[in-house]
Design a protein around this ligand. Structure first.
Ligand SMILES: Nc1ncnc2c1ncn2[C@@H]1O[C@H](COP(=O)(O)OP(=O)(O)O)[C@@H](O)[C@H]1O
Ligand SMILES: [Mg+2]
Length: 223
């Protein structure tokens, strides 16, 4: 009995002794500057951050706001080849898929490039006989985990460059790396466009996945 009452007494003293400390902690917390407790980003801040990433990934400024919700029933799995006449929204759709990919899986190892720019980079590296650089470019574009090649067929280029483009596609098909290629050309025309490599390039693209034909009016003229 004595022991119990002693414990009760001690407990009472201890808790009353803690009171001021608790009050002090609460006072300190109240006086902390708001920056100490970071608030989650607003939807506007998230949108701006995504647009900065997309710009950094090579998406053109006019397509930074491209989202899948801009389209009626876009397929869940991105098409590999988006074909259609000028201004129907091929690049916009490819950029929208890239945006979704970055939102859901992060920004690492994803890229967007115009086919002409890719071929120019390859051609320059061959021309300057920096063959190592060319192989590095081929290797980098072969390995991106998600790649958009915009506007295939805009340029023919040399057989060396055509072969390099084929190498990139061949590696990506072999490793099942998601790729979106947009073009004003049908695959038939692509096959006839790139000399000895045309058929092989078209065949690699066809073997990668779905082809989509985007129909509609030229949105640039509608505006
Ligand atoms: N679904 C869409 N909703 C809103 N704007 C769009 C849509 N599709 C395309 N656009 C806009 O229309 C213009 C032409 O589209 P773009 O993708 O560049 O055409 P393409 O690549 O087929 O030539 C661009 O300014 C683009 O942002
Ligand atoms: Mg385009």
């Amino acid at each position: 009995m004595t022991v119990t009452s002693e414990l009760e007494e001690t407990a009472g003293k201890t808790s009353s002794g803690l009171e001021p400390i608790k009050a002090r902690i609460e006072r300190i917390l109240e006086n902390m500057p708001p920056s100490a407790a970071p608030s989650p980003p607003t939807p506007e801040q998230e949108e701006q951050a995504l647009q900065r990433i997309l710009l950094d990934k090579g998406v053109y400024p006019i397509h930074l706001k491209a989202r899948l919700s801009d389209f009626h029933n876009p397929p869940e799995t991105p098409p590999v080849f988006i074909y259609g006449s000028a201004g129907v929204g091929k690049t916009h759709l490819a950029a929208a898929y890239l945006a979704r990919e970055i939102q859901t899986r992060g920004e690492a190892s994803k890229f967007f490039i115009r086919c002409v720019d890719l071929m120019n980079r390859l051609r320059d590296s061959f021309r300057n006989s920096y063959n190592l650089a060319a192989s590095e470019i081929i290797s980098a574009f072969s390995r991106y985990r998600f790649l958009v090649i915009d506007d295939l067929g805009a340029e023919r280029d040399t057989p060396l460059v055509q072969e390099a483009l084929y190498d990139v596609l061949d590696f990506r098909v072999g490793h099942r790396l998601p790729t979106i290629i947009t073009s004003n050309f049908s695959l038939d025309r692509v096959a006839g466009h790139y000399g000895d490599f045309g058929e092989r390039i078209a065949s690699r693209i066809a073997g990668m996945g779905e082809t989509m034909t985007l129909l509609g009016k030229d949105r640039r003229w509608q505006k």
